[in-house]
Each structure stands twice: as structure tokens, then as C-alpha cells.
Design a binder for this molecule. Structure first.
Ligand code: SAM
Length: 327
């Protein structure tokens, strides 16, 4: 079957479609996608007036599971689904909704996903809210962590943590320089000489600390100039970047079915992955095009630099360039 949709825009590696992702995804082939990384609309936002379907918290899980079935169909056997899902306070009380956990159970027990790992995205810049419980009555603290569920079609999704290594801590760098004395730790664990080997960086924990102010320079400026709304619920590029590196290889297909300002597409393009973004609100998708101006400008600058130096770069293929030892 020919693909019946025209993209609103496309780049060297990706296409952005305007529409309801449930409809658009029905035209994807089975097992054609390596990674779905997305931040769906949270039920809280549904209380406001929006042009998309208004789903209250009581119906949210059933609403989402329909997408879940499509996600599972389009994912390859070694594919992954990564959902960044923020928490919601119950209306009128200082208690939290359990909807994220119901959603996780539904996706695993009804749709058939496997729970590869839970992640926690800590945003140190999160504002204290809701004001009534945190600032006024002072009976709760600020919620600064989003849950991120990593689900997979089989228990063995494609993954390589060597692609997401972090810089070694200064202590570890010192230890690598001086060498490690084999000993038993107070916990009783024996640490062998293998611990003292430089493996190019530290394996990251499942607590991801990212501020939410990266990658938006040209995007923000150009949206304002064009009179388009800046997306109010963007995630930092570091988030999709992490999972794209962890779960895919260059040229794999990454999709974001709730694309918003298409941060995922930008991350995928920068990492030489193919991508598809689907967003139901035209203005958000139109604005998202500006992310690629930034990218193409950077590429042009780089090419000019190489031309001046009379050489060409080696392709990095998305290995983690930030994971060098501190010198
Ligand atoms: C939390 S935002 C995603 C923001 C995005 N991660 C970013 O960084 O810009 C969720 C988006 O899903 C879109 N959306 C809601 N229902 C949709 C549907 N059925 N199909 C496609 N997009 C939808 C909303 O318009 C909203 O922009």
C-alpha cells in the first residue's frame, strides 16, 4: 500500500507529518520502526481547552492503550518504546495520581510490552508546584522528577550502554592514573583489578539529570518572529538523544508520535538516524521546522570551516563524543 500522507516538511533523514498519529501510524508497515521515543500529552493538559481530543484522567489509560497497540505492531522485534510521562496531582487534594503506574501495567499486561527499565528524569530547574501545597501551605516539596518507562517488544531490545558513557568522576580519573589496589569493600564485595581499567567513561545510572533549556536558540527566535506559538511542554534534547544512542544505530528509524516541537526529530537527525514526527497541531509542527535551520546553519558553518582548512571530517556515527576522561 502506498503511503497516503504528504509530509509538512522533510529533511535529509526525516519527515514531519501533520495529523492524528493513530491514523498516520496505521499506514506504517509492521515491524518497521526501531525506536519510539515520546512525551505524550499528560492528562492534566486535557483539562484545558485544546484542539485535540479531550481525554480526562479516568479515560487516559484506555485512550493510550490504543496507541500502545499500534506502537507494538510497528516496532521491530528488537525495538523499544520510551515514554516520558509526567506526574499529576489529584484534584483538590495533596496526593498524586497513580495513572503512570496503571499505564505501565496496561502496556505490559494488556498490550504485551516488556518492562526493560525504569528511568527518572530529574530537572533541577523545575518550578515549585502546585503552589497551594508547596508554596502556600508548605506541606509538599517540589516535584522535579518525571518517570520515563523503557518498554520493549521482546526482553532483548537492541541496546548498547557504551554509546551513553559519561565522563569519569575526578576520583575515578585519579584512580585510573594511579592504579587500583585489589581489595574487599566494606560491603563485602571484592573489587578486582578489572575495576581499574579505563573503559572510556562511566556507565550512567537510570537517574538522568537534564535541565530543560538546551537546543532551543533558533527555534524560539524564529517562532517569535513568525508569530507561531512556542511549544509549552518541550523536553530537553538530551532526553531523546540518550535513548537514541542507547537503543539504535545510524540509519535506524526513530519516531515520535506526539512530536510537539520535534525535539526528537532534531536529536535523530544530529545522530544520523532516520526519523518520523507526527503532530496534530499545525502551528507546533510549522514552528518545529526552525530547529532544522539551526542544524543546517551549523552544518554550513562546519563545511565552511573544513573548506578553509582544506579537509573533511570523519563521521562520528553517533558514538558518545562527551564521554572522554577528564584530563
Ligand atoms: C507533551 S507534548 C510533546 C512535546 C515534545 N516532546 C517537544 O519536546 O516539543 C505532546 C504533543 O502531543 C500532541 N498530540 C496530542 N494528541 C495527538 C495525536 N493524537 N496525534 C499527534 N499528536 C498529538 C499535542 O498537540 C502535543 O504537542
Amino acid at each position: 500500500m502506498a503511503f497516503p500522507y504528504e509530509p509538512l516538511y522533510s529533511t535529509a533523514r526525516g519527515k514531519a507529518y501533520l495529523g492524528d498519529s493513530l491514523d498516520v501510524m496505521r499506514s506504517f508497515g509492521d515491524e518497521s520502526v526501531s525506536l519510539i521515543v515520546t512525551s505524550p500529552p499528560f492528562p492534566l493538559t486535557f483539562q484545558k481547552k485544546k484542539p485535540y481530543e479531550a481525554v480526562g484522567i479516568e479515560r487516559y489509560v484506555d485512550w493510550f492503550l490504543e496507541f500502545g497497540n499500534q506502537f507494538r505492531r510497528v516496532l521491530k522485534q528488537d525495538g523499544s518504546l520510551v515514554i516520558d510521562i509526567g506526574g499529576v496531582w489529584n484534584k483538590g487534594t495533596p496526593t498524586r495520581s497513580l495513572y503512570q503506574y496503571h499505564l505501565l501495567l496496561g502496556l505490559c499486561e494488556k498490550v504485551g510490552f516488556h518492562f526493560a527499565q525504569d528511568f527518572y528524569w530529574y530537572n533541577p530547574g523545575a518550578l515549585p508546584a502546585p503552589a497551594e501545597w508547596v508554596n502556600v501551605r508548605r506541606i509538599r516539596v517540589k516535584a522535579a522528577v518525571n518517570l520515563v518507562w523503557w518498554l520493549s517488544k521482546t526482553p532483548w531490545p537492541k541496546a548498547n550502554n557504551r554509546n551513553v558513557l559519561r565522563e569519569y568522576s575526578p576520583d575515578m580519573v585519579r584512580l585510573l592514573r594511579r592504579g587500583y589496589r585489589v581489595k574487599t569493600r566494606p560491603s563485602g564485595h571484592s573489587i578486582t583489578h578489572k575495576f581499574g581499567k579505563d573503559r572510556g567513561g562511566a556507565i550512567p545510572p537510570n537517574l538522568l539529570e537534564f535541565g530543560n533549556n538546551d537546543s532551543n536558540g533558533v527555534y524560539l527566535k524564529r517562532c517569535v518572529e513568525a508569530g507561531l506559538p512556542v511549544h509549552p511542554a518541550r523536553f530537553p534534547r538530551a532526553l531523546p538523544d540518550f535513548f537514541i544512542r542507547l537503543c539504535t544505530e545510524p540509519d535506524d528509524l526513530v519516531i515520535d508520535p506526539f512530536a510537539g516541537s520535534n525535539v526528537t526529530g532534531e536529536a535523530a537527525e544530529r545522530l544520523s538516524r532516520r526519523w518520523i514526527a507526527i503532530e496534530v497541531i499545525r502551528e507546533y509542527l510549522e514552528g518545529s521546522k526552525f530547529r532544522f535551520d539551526d542544524l543546517f546553519m551549523e552544518a554550513r558553518e562546519r563545511r565552511r570551516g573544513w573548506a578553509r582548512r582544506g579537509n573533511r571530517p570523519r563521521r562520528s556515527h553517533g558514538r558518545n563524543p562527551g564521554a572522554h576522561r577528564r584530563s
